[in-house]
Design a protein around this ligand. Structure first.
Ligand SMILES: Nc1ncnc2c1ncn2[C@@H]1O[C@H](COP(=O)(O)OP(=O)(O)O)[C@@H](O)[C@H]1O
Ligand SMILES: Cc1ncsc1CCOP(=O)(O)O
Ligand SMILES: [Mg+2]
Length: 259
């Protein structure tokens, strides 16, 4: 499925995306997902996620701001997604930073995410390498994460997305890069988390690899359109507008390079 077709289907069906994300990201991730064309719901109480996930067309789990009840909710919803065959996306924010975070990420990995999306430092560490990341921001180049990402994809039977100046996506067999965006994107907090939520929206209507590519192309196009902004503040506004204004025919596959 092409990115344009995926966007058309997402907008026609406005899939409900169950998002468990962090306190920093909640508003922008919801706005990004809405602007692009899906319907996000931020639901994280352990008491209700087991009932809510099965109502959704996709689930996204982001470990940015953890605490024990959230971790329980993450596990319960990932288990529900597996039981009901709902695609789910893992965003392992800074999972290497503390033993607690590492253990939570490994526990979620065992629940077989459909797609993993992280920056280069996160994916290098998740694939067993030693990255330069310290917190939520990457300290590594996407190129250095590619082989580890492909190994991780094969080992986990999932699609792995590595983001940065140029993005990379692999299912362990196919490898593609997506170019575009703006160097203002890493200056706005939680855009990576927002991309994870949007990948959920696309995963509701397209197979995991194609869904990932479509979300990356949509972000790359919107980032480029907003790149004339004076700084990160007005960029965020222009980026949301661009996500909304982009039409299926704007999502050309010319941004994609097969490796
Ligand atoms: N230097 C850059 N140039 C263009 N786009 C970028 C750049 N850095 C990050 N992006 C884009 O920003 C989005 C978030 O990616 P990233 O910053 O890697 O995630 P995270 O916020 O999780 O660290 C992605 O769409 C990515 O393509
Ligand atoms: C700053 C911060 N701290 C904990 S989660 C978070 C947001 C990270 O967002 P992203 O990974 O998209 O930059
Ligand atoms: Mg991130």
């Amino acid at each position: 499925m092409t990115p344009g077709t995926a966007l058309r289907q997402m907008r026609e069906t406005t899939p409900l995306v169950h998002c468990i994300t962090n306190y920093v990201a909640m508003t922008i991730a919801a706005n990004v997902t809405l602007a692009a064309g899906a319907s996000p719901a931020m639901v994280h109480a352990p008491e209700e996620v087991g009932d809510f996930t099965p109502l959704s067309k996709a689930l996204t789990i982001n470990i940015g701001t953890l605490s024990a009840p959230w971790v329980l909710a993450m596990r319960l919803s990932a288990q529900a997604a597996r039981t009901h065959d709902i695609p789910w996306v893992l965003d392992p924010v800074a999972h290497f930073a503390t033993p607690y975070r590492t253990a939570v990420a490994q526990g979620l990995l065992a629940l077989e995410p459909t797609i993993i999306r992280g920056n280069a430092s996160e994916i290098i560490a998740l694939s067993g390498g030693a990255g330069a990341g310290k917190g939520a921001d990457s300290g590594d180049a996407v190129a250095d994460a590619q082989d580890g990402a492909a190994d991780l994809a094969r080992r986990c039977g999932c699609v792995v997305v590595v983001t940065g100046a140029t993005d990379f996506v692999t299912d362990g067999r196919r490898r593609a890069m997506v170019r575009g965006g703006s160097d203002l994107m890493p200056k706005v907090t939680a855009l990576g988390c927002s991309l994870t939520a949007l990948i959920g929206g696309y995963a509701a209507v397209a197979p995991p690899f194609e869904a990932s590519v479509a979300a990356l192309v949509h972000f790359a196009e919107a980032g480029e359109r907003a790149s004339g902004a004076a700084g990160p503040g007005s960029f965020q506004v222009a980026f949301l507008d661009a996500l909304h204004r982009i039409q299926p025919e704007d999502l050309g596959e010319d941004r994609l390079t097969w490796l």
